[in-house]
Write a new protein. Structure first.
Length: 113
């Protein structure tokens, strides 16, 4: 946290603290990082399938795990949206037609006092 200088101000008994978590990145740079992360997670299945073939294991195991993971199917849909456009056909793999918006590096820390 010492590398991220804070801005502190007070107004009518309320103390505000602001820290920039952007690390000098532009908005397009932040969005690129997010889409790269989505893409890398979505394509983990391809690496697992290659590992299966190289190690002579049953491919049904990986396919079942992917099919059973709604979270992974949402990530796959988000990656496909980036590649093929929105909306996905038939709601995509997850069936919920997810979409990413408002990508930023923000942390909200509410507390009472």
């Amino acid at each position: 946290m010492t590398k991220l200088p804070e801005i502190i101000w007070q107004q009518k008994g309320v103390v505000w603290l602001y820290q920039d978590f952007r690390s000098g990145l532009s908005q397009p740079g932040i969005q690129n990082i997010a889409h790269s992360l989505i893409h890398n997670i979505a394509h983990l299945k391809d690496h697992l399938r290659r590992w299966e073939r190289q190690n002579g294991t049953d491919s049904a195991t990986i396919n079942q795990a992917i099919g059973a993971s709604n979270a992974l199917n949402i990530i796959i849909d988000l990656s496909n949206n980036d590649k093929h456009g929105y909306p996905p056909r038939d709601g995509g793999y997850s069936g919920v037609a997810p979409q990413v918006s408002g990508i930023d590096r923000v942390m909200k820390l509410p507390f009472g006092g």
